[in-house]
Design a protein around this ligand. Structure first.
Ligand SMILES: [Zn+2]
Length: 245
């Protein structure tokens, strides 16, 4: 874990006002080809700096496999073996390629900081909880029907619990992934201020409680304020990695 700047009250209230006055998130309609091209172009721009930063950090996974999901919700994820999945919804809602680059850089941040290993421990806990809950229901079913429902119900429960558990990174890990993302953009010559609009879009979407949005990522004014402070620090240090906590 790196030492990250404290969130300042002034930055937070600015971000709150900004989210409140922002318009509703706009979804564009994009062809499959445009989705692929945008993701590839964004990735090409950030990959060299991202790889360099990952090696400087020396803790996480620096060989990544990218997948596009046809899911239209505004989300992306980092999983085992360097897997990074970006929903097409990210491209549909992004105002420019810099915003898409930020989302990819954030997921790379989870990989580079080795959050996925912790996430997998969370997944094990989630799987256990799911199995216990649905296993109990299964017992009733098998009692009534006399067939072996318990096992399959417990298995289904384990899968559901696992799916929920898999995406639970801590708030601190999310902030660290954002910091690394800002650093990746900065070193790639992308202005972090141009990418930041996506955080406002996400905060706005999350405030409106639109379905399927960002169930796995915090999206609020705190995240925007944290981003601004990360960017200020990165500019002041000319793109150095922060010290370890
Ligand atoms: Zn995240």
């Amino acid at each position: 874990m790196h030492r990250l700047p404290e969130i300042d009250g002034g930055n937070l209230s600015l971000a709150q006002g900004e989210v409140q006055s922002a318009g509703a998130p706009q979804r564009r309609s994009v062809s499959d080809q445009e989705v692929d091209e945008t993701l590839n172009a964004a990735l090409r721009r950030i990959r060299p700096a991202a790889t360099q930063i990952c090696h400087e950090m020396r803790v996480g996974v620096c060989t990544w496999q990218f997948r596009v999901s046809s899911n239209r919700s505004m989300n992306a994820s980092a999983g085992a073996n360097g897997l990074i999945v970006v929903n097409r919804g990210i491209v549909e809602y992004a105002a420019n390629e810099d915003e898409v680059a930020m989302v990819i850089a954030h997921e790379i941040g989870h990989q580079a900081a080795d959050h996925v290993a912790t996430g997998r421990r969370n997944q094990a806990v989630g799987a256990l909880v799911g199995a216990v809950l649905l296993g109990a229901l299964g017992t009733v079913a098998s009692y009534n029907s006399g067939v072996n429902v318990t096992n399959s119900a417990a298995r289904t429960g384990a899968n559901i619990g696992g799916a929920v558990g898999r995406v639970s990174y801590s708030k601190e890990q999310e902030r660290e992934a954002d910091y690394i993302a800002a650093l990746i953009l900065y070193r790639s010559g992308i202005d972090p201020d141009k990418a930041r609009g996506f955080l406002v879009t996400m905060a706005r979407a999350s405030g409106r409680k639109e379905t399927g949005m960002l169930d796995s990522h915090p999206a609020g004014p705190e995240r925007i304020a944290g981003w601004d402070q990360a960017v200020a620090e990165i500019r002041a240090t000319n793109g150095r990695l922060p010290q370890r906590a």
